[in-house]
Design a protein around this ligand. Structure first.
Ligand SMILES: Cc1ncc(COP(=O)(O)O)c(C=O)c1O
Length: 393
């Protein structure tokens, strides 16, 4: 690898290809031909590492996995056909009936639904504990606690968790307890959780990593032994959540500009957050780049920049927020984030509708909260659009 992220995404790792293609070849095939029966048997027996069937591996997917592993400074990456595929495939590989995990209460809505509604059906216990409070996490750890799980910055409240501090404390208390970080909002360009002591990283690659709003994909990243289990059980048998080679190609293409896109997302988000912060119709802004954010100092330590997502409460609650959202044109009313276009949505009724009102309150985000994924437009055009929207509130 080279010294700089923008060089690493372009050089260093190229897939095998007979013709020297610079762009990644798309191996759009479900199966691979064996030279003879013995070779097929050797491959299925794990004694020959050639390809067999795309759910078990594919050269275009492998190239993407190698690139992401290198960018996260990890031994191995496994790609999935969605972020939820990666999250459920990973957790269901590593957890069994009777196990316990500690998770932060601020999570993407479907991750929260998986943990709060589905895991109890399988006898997996989850305690939702504020992961910014190390002592509270340590107090919640039991002999059967297999993992600590959190997002940073977290969706939707942009809460920051101290990855290095928490990982060290958890490993000291229980060395085999895995620290898992959903790094979707930061990407490996802004934060590398494994370098900070975490054990496993998850991504919705649907967001910034692909960056163009045209693919749904996920990733799990970590050590060979665990990734081998996740690939062989969580991907192959439990979820079958295999990424298509064409989508892997699109992500490889998006990855080439990740640094430049993230720089622009972060710079625009800082300007928009400062505009919202001084706005008379805004109650509160949640953006780690603002000194008023409780996680600002930790974010400064563990992030290169502060990310592209901002959440905020409009004075007057949901009714006022609706008037704003319904009167915007540059900011597009749609869920997801990390796309080139600015996207705005209402977590309580959309991405986080799996939370009850009480659960949202316990997690610390209001029913009126608005989430803005700041895009690559000119920042002033985004601000002007918001200003026109606020004039209708
Ligand atoms: C932080 C985070 N993790 C995971 C996911 C799930 O990813 P996907 O939609 O690719 O399944 C999302 C989706 O919004 C997310 O925001």
């Amino acid at each position: 690898m080279f010294k700089h992220f923008e060089t690493d995404v372009l050089h260093g790792i190229h897939g095998d290809n007979a013709f020297g293609a610079l762009a990644a070849p798309i191996f759009q095939t479900s199966t691979f031909v064996f030279d003879n029966a013995e070779q097929g048997g050797e491959r299925f027996g794990g004694r020959d590492d050639g390809f067999m069937y795309t759910r078990l591996g594919n050269p275009t997917l492998r190239l993407l996995e190698q690139k992401i592993a290198a960018l996260e400074n990890a031994e191995e990456c496994v790609v999935f056909s969605s972020g939820m595929g990666a999250i459920s495939g990973t957790l269901l590989t590593l957890l069994s009936c009777g196990d316990h995990i500690v998770a932060d209460p601020v999570l993407y809505g479907c991750t929260y639904a998986l943990m709060s509604h589905t895991f109890p059906r399988f006898g997996i216990q989850v305690d939702f504990v504020n992961c910014s409070d190390t002592q509270a996490v340590l107090a919640a750890i039991k002999p059967n606690t297999k993992a600590i799980y959190f997002e940073t910055p977290a969706n939707p409240s942009m809460k920051i968790v101290d990855i290095a501090g928490l990982s060290a404390a958890v490993h000291k208390a229980q060395s085999d307890c895995l620290v898992m970080v959903d790094n979707t909002f930061a990407t490996p360009y802004l934060t590398r959780p494994l370098d900070l002591g975490a054990d496993l990283v998850l991504h919705s690659a649907t967001k910034y990593i692909n960056g163009h709003g045209d693919v749904v994909a996920g990733m799990a990243v970590g050590k060979h032994a665990i990734m081998g289990e996740i690939r062989g059980v969580g991907l192959k048998d439990i979820t079958g959540s295999v990424l298509s080679p064409h989508d892997a190609f699109l992500i490889l293409r998006g990855l080439k500009t990740l640094k430049y896109r993230m720089d622009a997302h972060c710079q625009n988000a800082q300007k928009v957050a400062e505009y919202l912060f001084q706005h008379e119709k805004v109650q509160q802004v949640y953006y780690p780049g603002l000194p008023s954010h409780p996680g600002h100092d930790i974010a400064k330590k563990q992030m290169q920049q502060f990310g592209g997502v901002i959440s905020f409460d409009v004075k007057g609650g949901f009714e006022s927020a609706k008037s704003l959202i319904n009167n915007l044109h540059v900011c597009v009313l749609a869920v997801s984030l990390g796309d080139a276009e600015t996207l705005i949505q209402h977590p309580a009724s959309m991405t986080h509708s799996a939370y009850s009102k009480e659960e949202r309150e316990a997690a610390g985000f209001s029913d009126g909260l608005v989430r803005l994924s700041v895009g690559l437009e000119n920042a002033q055009d985004i601000i002007d659009d918001l200003e026109k929207g606020f004039s209708k509130v």
